[in-house]
Design a protein around this ligand. Sequence first.
Ligand SMILES: [Zn+2]
Length: 413
Amino acid sequence: MHASRADARDCWSFALSTERMIMNDHRRLGRELGIFDTDPLIGAGLPFWLPAGAAVRKAVEDYVHELERRNGYQHVNSPVLGKRELYERSGHWAHYAEDMFPPMEVGGEEFVLRPSLCPHHAIVYRSRQRSHRELPLRIAELGGMYRSELSGVLGGLTRVRAIQLNDGHVFCAPDQAAAEVSAALDLIEAAHERLGIRAARYRLSLRGEGAKFVDDPAMWARSESVLREVLKERGRACDEERGEGAFYGPKIDIQIADPAGRESTLSTVQVDYFQPERFDLRHPGGERPVMVHRSVVGGLERLVAHLIEVHGGAFPAWMAPVQAVVLPLSDAEHAGAEQVLRRCVEAGLRAELVPAGRGSLGARIRAHRLVPYQLVVGPRELAGGGAAVRLRDGSQVGEVPIEQLAARSRPFG
Ligand SMILES: [Zn+2]
């Protein structure tokens, strides 16, 4: 009897977890929520963002931009392609060519879609003489990068050919590298908390065999020791994996898992002595800087796919595509509801009005159950010029000034 009860329970929990897995698959939910779509005419692995997805993405972009600004980063913008020689210099041509799109010939020169932002940022560093006061120099950019993935492995937002990467590079003296790696991990951990993401594990990704990795054992030993020192200092458990490093250096990868348990890398911090050498970067005084590569939230496609799955579409208020929905009880309150909507929009909220003609109040609430704030305007609220606020968990919080709702819907409060 006990066995059969346990079996029944196992079946039930299996059914539940399978259901949750299917329910929260970002490909299905992403289309249902109007986050993104794909079209064979654009091509596999080239999703486009629909209005709700563009809103979530912009909220996350703005948050990360502000987090970086508060932590001493300067933002730049650089082109999504460059001459083949740029990638020969950076080492991508020799070690990474199979992941790159083939060159395009224009005017007798060859250009490639960039496989990473690092070379452009190395050029930014050396575009002017640097003074001691500028160091460590923290450069960040949200920019496009491209990967020639085979069409068989492409799907949804997780395996794509065009990636919007949150990237950054810190150029610092060798004795500053450990502190900069640690500061980057602080940023990553702060961002994950705000986004509601929990890391599956930290991975120390090391070099492997073969031509994919720069052959300079002393350089690898040096950069690995910086990462190990930081992990030890932070008391952070980390699995070591050979063959997962970047071609130029080791990485601390912060892994996430999808509902089916498949792992991927979201955030990363890397120590690189190779590219500063290749681009002949110099600090004032002639010393060579170290390049700390870091991505706080990775590519926005993978990040938003994960956010869809983690939150099941019920995004935190600051990133929700629609933050407030205004619901007049009947047509008599419509004009008053329009005024409430206007005040929401002017206060910076992403808001919309759903008129009484679209169904009963209960039906309209159910249809917008993922919206953080449901603002009901009945005869009493109409007289007072406000709205009764209902949260998506069903709790009623009464009349709340619109400004206060807007303040609660910002990532930094
Ligand atoms: Zn980089």
